[in-house]
Design a protein around this ligand. Sequence first.
Ligand code: ACO
Length: 424
Amino acid sequence: MSEANGKKATLKLNGKEIELPIYSGTLGPDVIDVKDVLASGHFTFDPGFMATASCESKITYIDGNAGILLHRGYPIDQLATKTDYLETCYLLLNGELPTAEQKKEFDSQVRNHTMVHDQVSRFFNGFRRDAHPMAIMVGVVGALSAFYHNNLDLDDVNHREITAIRLIAKVPTLAAWSYKYTVGQPFIYPRNDLDYAENFLHMMFATPADRDYKVNPILAKAMDRIFTLHADHEQNASTSTVRLAGSTGANPYACISAGIAALWGPAHGGANEAVLKMLDEIGSVENVAPFMEKVKTKEVKLMGFGHRVYKNFDPRAKVMKETCDEVLGALGINDPQLELAMELERIALSDEYFIKRNLYPNVDFYSGIILKAIGIPTSMFTVIFALARTIGWITHWLEMQSTPHKIGRPRQLYTGEKQRNIDR
Ligand code: ACO
């Protein structure tokens, strides 16, 4: 735990003064420790946790006003352009980028765990064919807990670390299979001669009939970058969910499944799917202006815009936009939806309504367009986000498990009935 920095906040309450210690991190606002408020018979109130730091962490730093995102101190644009996804995973887990030797060892460790127990493949048959792949993911990733439970010792650092490796390695297999199942194609097993992104795309798109299927390297590179840009994002809703579930000592695979559930919502990871649906609904450029009027009257939300923390720009969106241009250029795609998206972006960035509310495109605005160009169906967009974010979730889970922590248990402002008696 950080030491108090000597500064104190004073809270005046019913004529008494309560001194509250203040802590400084390495970056970002100081935090006021409000624990002592409890002794006065009060709770603090912060719905949506707008001003609450829920934990101490060394993994990721965000400055929403300046549009800064750092993993272990490194800016996201450098990580996205100078490392591959598994190097970023290594960095998140270990605090430092790997040497060439460490990278080789880490890559091969992940490759060794890409298979899932064959019994897992049978769970898929329990789902309807038209099930949303995120629903399947919540089920099958949670089901991994049944395979790694009895012998899992959360106090053993080796057990915790192998859990992280297993998750990074197996989630792409389950993600690709959640797609294959819904289109009625046979599961394609992982290939350990391929790199991480290639292996995922191979499991998604290869079929037994097309033995020579080769992953396009431009698409593999774009996929890898999408993974890197989604790897972690501090204490967002799904990560906080994983921490909260993990704080009870629950099985980590079940905790990750809880994170997948939280990510699914359109206000969080489900936004990338919602962006494409919105573009479909708008249809063509001439419908953009009337659609924007509906946004202003709050009939609809502009999906892929706005962020709880970024109030200037989303640094991931910047790299994603560049990748989007690269991929569409390299593939020679001239997508009318892209033109539509650019018109939305242009209006939103110049319109007083959006400027006043600091509404900028977020990472999901562009990722949907690239994913579409890669050939990923819309229903898989959030699954890909979940795949990429698994490293962030498990890194936060590891950080929490390796430091003293309390069960997460917020309180409430109760506004229901007072005690009353059943009168009969
Ligand atoms: N479209 C139109 N108006 C918006 C949008 C939007 N996307 N987002 C916020 N606003 C407006 C609100 O109506 C509100 O206006 P008001 O002041 O007139 O009432 C104002 O901007 C502030 O909005 P809040 O809801 O208070 O902002 P909050 O920080 O709580 O919400 C959120 C952030 C949930 C991301 C929101 O911007 C949103 O729903 N965006 C669309 C969904 C989306 O793209 N989510 C992805 C987030 S990134 C990620 O998870 C990877």
